[in-house]
Design a protein around this ligand. Structure first.
Ligand code: GCO
Ligand code: MG
Length: 454
């Protein structure tokens, strides 16, 4: 077709926009009926199209942990979406990413085009994939899914393919510094209906991840901090699990988080020692910087492995999944790109029989838990969900907050993510810039003062 004939087939609007606006001559190759896009990035179609009017962060700490929520407002009064963007150790950086950069970038765009907006946000900073920008982007992403669900009159899990299960199994967080105390802690969860319990092991005089032993040594002076030595911890864990399996039998599913605290070869030995106890999974045996060790671990034992809460670059998970080196993907959904990236990862995992176990500690906000649950309900290859029992003021700050009953997370059937925020109440729980939980990182040291991994 010669150029004149082709242009003749275009709508007048497209031809005029393309040829006379003096900018986008490529518009002349648009198919019949398509319109050239407006200057603002191309997402707004027509006068009546829904537009994003404002994107802003809301910082709140109703249970002491600093949470970052993103609210995306639209030109339809009262229609907005919420997403979790919590990077609790550095909340002000995410606040800046959202309020200073994403808000002006997104205003005027159509919230319907989630994938396109995701890619636009992602590419817009040129440098990408870090926790600050990914949390900001993820907060917007989940908010856009929330808006789409509200527009469709459906919960987000319906938009993702519908239910694969009636409710979402959650694991409880038990701990102890010896067999007896760990058993007492696990039993409390079993009595409340939990079938899965993660058990963290304390070591006297040390700051292990998970439990509080109460007698932790502190270094003073130049190298002040909490003491952690890997070997006593490595030796203590199998003893506690020996006792638990002996007392509890095989019914309960037991889990453990190494929290990247061992030297890699010690983690391999621990995984081998625990193999006999058939863990549901062993989490973060290595740091993200040491993922090359997974193939060595895989060749030596069949303890199921979970990994991923610190990941935010696809290069960190694609190989581990496609080479079948892990059994559970455990990303923090607001670290990786929100629901949009979560569903892509879940689909990738499906082909390699890897199951999902999205990160869900206290520094995933209730809004983030609602996003996790939308994925959990609609993912066939779901494995387990980490959860938290929200209580008191948190339930009032976040109406619709997911609740755990009998070891299961239930979601409400409201359109979107089914969760809201009472901003006036949220403002009564301002974040602190020096809370003890968030600032302990970077202060963990060996007995000689050497900095340890968190
Ligand atoms: C987990 C995690 C968390 C992290 C926390 C860091 O498995 O739940 O390891 O507890 O330590 O999210 O802020
Ligand atoms: Mg963990």
């Amino acid at each position: 077709m010669d150029r004149r004939n082709f242009v003749g087939k275009l709508s007048a609007g497209a031809a005029l926009a393309g040829l006379f606006a003096g900018r986008n001559t490529f518009a002349a190759t648009l198919p019949q009926g398509a319109q050239a896009e407006p200057e603002n990035g191309g997402e707004s179609r027509g006068e009546g199209a829904l537009k994003i009017t404002r994107v802003r962060s809301i910082l709140t700490a109703p249970y002491g942990i600093r949470l970052v929520i993103v609210k995306v407002e639209t030109s339809d009064p009262g229609l907005y979406g919420l997403g979790c963007a919590t990077f609790t150790q550095r909340p002000r950086t995410v606040q800046t990413a959202v309020d200073t950069y994403l808000d002006p970038f997104l205003r005027g765009r159509n919230p319907d085009n989630i994938e396109d907006l995701w890619q636009a946000m992602f590419q817009s900073s040129y440098w990408r994939n870090g926790p600050v920008l990914m949390n900001g982007l993820s907060g917007v992403d989940a908010a856009l899914w929330d808006i789409k669900g509200k527009r469709a009159g459906m919960p987000v899990y319906q938009l993702l393919g519908g239910r694969c299960r009636t409710a979402v199994p959650v694991y409880g967080h038990a701990s102890g510094s010896d067999g007896e105390s760990a058993l007492a802690s696990v039993t409390k969860f079993l009595e409340r209906g939990y079938k899965y319990v993660r058990v963290q092991v304390g070591v006297k005089g040390q700051s292990a991840y998970g439990p509080r032993t109460g007698d932790e040594k502190k270094l003073q002076g130049h190298f002040e901090g909490d003491v952690f030595e890997p070997t006593p911890y490595q030796l203590a864990v199998p003893k506690v699990f020996d006792y638990l399996r002996q007392e509890l039998g095989d019914e309960v599913e037991l889990l453990h988080d190494v929290h990247e605290r061992l030297h890699p070869i010690q983690a391999i030995k621990l995984a081998k020692d625990l193999e006999v106890h058939r863990l549901f999974f062993l989490e973060d045996p290595f740091a993200p910087e040491d993922i090359g060790y997974f193939k060595h671990l895989r060749h030596q034992c069949a303890t199921p492995i979970a990994m991923g809460e610190l990941f935010n670059n696809p290069n960190e998970w694609v190989g581990l999944i496609s080479e079948r080196l892990i059994d559970f993907i455990r990303c923090h959904v607001s670290q990786i790109g929100g629901i949009t990236m979560g569903r892509k990862i879940a689909a990738l995992c499906d082909f390699f029989r890897v199951r999902t176990a999205w990160h869900g500690p206290g520094d995933t906000s209730p809004v983030g838990h609602a996003a996790n649950l939308a994925l959990d309900l609609s993912t066939w290859n779901f494995g387990i969900q980490e959860g938290r029992e929200f209580q008191g003021a948190t339930l009032d700050v976040f109406p619709g907050c997911p609740e755990i009953k009998n070891g299961l997370f239930h979601v409400n059937e409201k359109p979107g993510l089914g969760i809201d925020i009472d901003e006036k109440l949220a403002a009564k729980f301002p974040i602190k810039d020096n809370p003890p939980f968030d600032l302990k990182w970077g202060k963990l040291r060996g007995a000689d003062g050497t900095i340890r991994r968190p």
